[in-house]
Design a protein around this ligand. Structure first.
Ligand code: 8DG
Ligand code: MN
Ligand code: MN
Length: 366
C-alpha cells in the first residue's frame, strides 16, 4: 500500500477505515478468487502474503461498481502485481487457473474441511493431513488422535454449527440471552455485535456484548448467565474466560482482536418452533454464541472491536498508530503525544478523536 498523502482527494484510501464497505459487493467474482488465494496461504501458515490478497479483495469490495476495464485497477491501492494478474485473467477468461488449481488441491480441500471444525486450527489440520488423514471418519477412528473438549464438541455438533446462522435465529437467541441477563441483573442490557451488527443476513455464530451499569457487575454476570442456561438445559458447550483486564496495565499493546474482558464461547440449543428435524429426531439446532462483558467505561471500545470486520479494525488500529500517533485496542484509545487516554461515550467519539469521518457499522464490511 502506498502512503495516503501521495493520493489525490478522490482516490480510494489504502486504509479500510477510510472506505465505506457495504455488503453490496459488485466485484464478487474477483474477491472470491482473491480470498481463495488468501485462505490457501493462511492454511499453510503464510499470514503475511495472505494479508496482501485479503487487502486487495477488501479494496474491490468498497468500489461502487464492477471493474470494467483493466486500466481501472491502475489507480487502486493495495493491488499487487499478483492480484492484478489474477483480476486480468478472470476478466478475460472468466476464471483463474491458479484458483481452480487450489480449489481442486487435495491439501487445500482437506485443510479447509478439517479447520471447519470448531476448535481445529491450521496447525491441527496440517498435523492430521500430514499423517495421511483425509476424512472426518479417518480422524475419528485414528487411535493416536486425541481430541480436546472443544474439538469433541466441534465434531459432535458439526452438522448444525457448520450451517450458517440466520438473522431470524440470531434474533431468537437474543431474546433468550436477554432474558437470562436481565434475570441475573435487571439493569444490564444486551446488544448484537459482530457480523449481524454489520447487517449480514447469515453468520458462523452470534456475537453479543453485555453492558452492565455498575462497576464490578461485569465479572459476575457471565458465570451467572451460564449457570442459568445450564439449568434451562440449553447449553451444549461452554468455555468461560474470566476477565484479566487491569486498568493499571493500559495501554495494553495488544493491537490484534485479543482483549482481556470476560467472555465465553458457547454452543447453545436453539429450539425451532415448527418442523422437527425428522432425521435427527430433535427439535433444536446447535448454534455457536459468543458473549463478552466489558466494564462500563470500556464498553465503547469493546463494541467497536467486536463489531469488526477484522480487516476494518486492523486498519483502524494501524491508521491510529501510523497516521495519528495513537494506540487503539479493544480497551482504550491512548494518545502518545500527550500520554493521555481519550474518553469516548460513542463510536462517533472514537472516529472523531482519530480525525476520521464516521463509518456506520454496515459500512465496515471491509
Ligand atoms: P461471522 O461470525 O458472521 O462469520 O463474522 P464476524 O461476526 O465478523 O466474526 P467473528 O469471528 O464472530 O468475530 C467478531 C469480531 O469479534 C471480530 O471483529 C473479532 C472480534 N473479537 C475481538 N476479540 C475477540 C476474541 O477474543 N475472540 C473472538 N473470537 N473474536 C474477538 O475483538
Ligand atoms: Mn460472528
Ligand atoms: Mn464470534
Amino acid at each position: 500500500c502506498t502512503h495516503p498523502s501521495a493520493k489525490p482527494e478522490s482516490a480510494v484510501s489504502p486504509y479500510a477505515c477510510q472506505r465505506r464497505t457495504t455488503l453490496d459487493n459488485h466485484n464478487k467474482i474477483f474477491t472470491d478468487a482473491l480470498e481463495v488465494l488468501a485462505e490457501n496461504l493462511e492454511l499453510s501458515g503464510n499470514q503475511g502474503p495472505s494479508l496482501a490478497f485479503r487487502k486487495a479483495a477488501s479494496v474491490l469490495k468498497s468500489l461502487p461498481a464492477a471493474l470494467r476495464r483493466q486500466e481501472e485497477t491502475q489507480h487502486l491501492p493495495c493491488l499487487g502485481e499478483h492480484s492484478r494478474a489474477i483480476i486480468e485473467e478472470i476478466s478475460e477468461c472468466g476464471s483463474s487457473s491458479r484458483v481452480e488449481e487450489i480449489l481442486n488441491d487435495e491439501r487445500y480441500r482437506t485443510m479447509k474441511l478439517f479447520s471447519s471444525v470448531f476448535g481445529v486450527g491450521p496447525k491441527t489440520a496440517e498435523n492430521w493431513f500430514c499423517r495421511g488423514l483425509r476424512t472426518f471418519e479417518q480422524v475419528l477412528s485414528e487411535p493416536s488422535v486425541r481430541l480436546n473438549r472443544m474439538q469433541t464438541a466441534g465434531f459432535l455438533f458439526y452438522e448444525d454449527i457448520s450451517k450458517p446462522v440466520s438473522r431470524t435465529e440470531a434474533s431468537a437467541l437474543k431474546i433468550i440471552v436477554e432474558e437470562a441477563v436481565i434475570c441475573v441483573n435487571p439493569s444490564a442490557t444486551v446488544s448484537i455485535t459482530g457480523g449481524f451488527r454489520r447487517g449480514k443476513e447469515f453468520g458462523h455464530d452470534v456475537d453479543f456484548i453485555i453492558k452492565t451499569p455498575e462497576a464490578g457487575q461485569e465479572d459476575v454476570i457471565l458465570p451467572a448467565v451460564i449457570k442459568r442456561f445450564k439449568s434451562q438445559n440449553i447449553l451444549l458447550y461452554s468455555d468461560l474466560q474470566e476477565s484479566t483486564f487491569d486498568l493499571r496495565k493500559l495501554p495494553t499493546h495488544c493491537f490484534d482482536a485479543m482483549d482481556h474482558f470476560g467472555k465465553c464461547f458457547l454452543i447453545m440449543k436453539l429450539k425451532h418452533e415448527q418442523e422437527m428435524d425428522a432425521r435427527a429426531g430433535k427439535d433444536w439446532k446447535a448454534v455457536r454464541v459468543d458473549l463478552v462483558a466489558p466494564p462500563l467505561e470500556r464498553f465503547t471500545y469493546a463494541l467497536l472491536g467486536w463489531t469488526g470486520s477484522t480487516l476494518f479494525l486492523r486498519d483502524l488500529r494501524r491508521f491510529a498508530r501510523l497516521e495519528r500517533g495513537k494506540l487503539l485496542d479493544n480497551h482504550a484509545l491512548y494518545d502518545k503525544a500527550t500520554n493521555t487516554f481519550l474518553p469516548a461515550n460513542t463510536e462517533e467519539d472514537i472516529f472523531a478523536h482519530l480525525g476520521l469521518e464516521y463509518i456506520e457499522p454496515w459500512q465496515r464490511n471491509a
